[in-house]
Design a protein around this ligand. Structure first.
Ligand code: ASP
Length: 335
């Protein structure tokens, strides 16, 4: 069995390759917010200090997003409010603190989708302070869905805040890139095409949120710096509707994190929705089975899934996942 399949105490196995940890999240109905800040290998770098910082940042993100929902705001705005906090936190691989590409730049991807099928996304932005704002601008201000490396003029016309690329680059990410380029990097092996490697756990991340508002509308958003030492021009699953991000009012809102190539090959977020819609699977079973398909493509990671009606789930087949959720039923933060 491949080493990245680990059996957890609370594992539910619905097919041979689908070994995942799953946790119910949120209420049966009413406002709910679920967020994540990446999945990977806890063992490596999670000092108690870092865990405390991650927990504090996740809590601030929940506070910001949930306040929007409590005030009667739209699911989309709650997703954005939570994502802003995580993009601004240097701890996470999105916005400030984004992973660096092989040419030493922060290049970021983001996607925002609402349950009515409206969606906007950007790939490879290098100056937008909060890439999720650019995704929303593409959705609301253009006739397109996904823009790669938009020009300064386009970005200025959207009215989103910008920063020089150095703003996004942290010392920790510089170190990660140097380590990756020094050769100890499973990603380099994978990118080199042997196709068997699981990519270095601490070299990626991603943040995301799914929300259900008081009117029952759902939305999903994802924002990422991608994977450390990724090739110039590489785009992962996060900004691709149906792969790393998806929302459909008839089914679920989904935000994924993990090895993007595997999530793309599995068309993961849309697969969850299809399983619920056409196969009648529960949200829980759909998430687990889809992660099994992701694993079959040599990827690990996780996802947060929230249906228009019913409880959501946090599911992951990596060793750990940073997540949080809040609803009338209570709150949990896992840092
Ligand atoms: N899915 C992201 C990507 O492939 C990275 C991650 O979530 O860890 O770009």
């Amino acid at each position: 069995m491949p080493t990245w399949h680990r059996i957890k105490e609370d594992s539910i196995m619905t097919q041979a390759t689908a070994l995942a940890t799953v946790e119910s999240a949120g209420s049966e109905d009413g406002i709910t917010l679920i967020i994540h800040a990446g999945a990977g290998d806890r063992g490596k770098h999670h000092t108690p200090e870092r865990s405390a910082q991650v927990k504090a940042d996740l809590t601030r993100a929940l506070d910001a997003g949930y306040a929007v929902l409590q005030a009667g705001g739209a699911a989309e705005e709650a997703v954005i409010a939570a994502i802003h906090v995580m993009e601004d936190a240097p701890e996470f691989n999105a916005g400030r603190g984004a992973a660096l590409t092989s040419d030493g730049l922060a290049r970021m991807d983001a996607c925002l989708m609402t349950g009515d099928g409206e969606v906007g996304a950007v790939a490879g932005v290098s100056t937008v302070k909060n890439p999720i704002d650019a995704a929303q601008a593409v959705k609301d201000q253009t006739k397109h869905v996904l823009l790669a490396d938009p020009t300064d003029e386009e970005i200025a016309a959207w009215g989103v805040e910008t920063r020089p690329n150095e703003y996004f680059i942290t010392e920790a990410r510089r170190r990660s890139l140097a380590e990756a380029q020094a050769g100890g990097d499973a990603w380099a092996k994978h990118a080199g095409g042997d196709g068997t490697g699981v990519i270095g756990d601490e070299k990626h991340g991603t943040i995301g949120a799914v929300a259900r508002d008081a009117a029952g509308r759902i939305a999903a958003g994802t924002s990422t710096g991608g994977i450390t030492n990724q090739m110039h021009g590489r785009v992962g699953d996060s900004p691709l509707p149906g792969c790393g991000t998806f929302a459909d009012q008839r089914t679920v809102a989904v935000s994924c994190t993990g090895i993007g190539e595997a999530f793309i090959k599995a068309v993961a977020a849309h697969q969850v929705s299809d399983r619920v819609r056409f196969a009648g699977e529960s949200v829980h079973d759909a998430a687990v089975a889809t992660l099994g398909e992701v694993a079959a493509h040599h990827g690990d990671g996780g996802m947060i899934v929230l249906p228009a009606t019913g409880r959501g789930v946090v599911a992951y087949n990596s060793e750990m996942m940073n997540f949080g959720y809040r609803s009338a039923a209570g709150e949990r933060v896992n840092g």
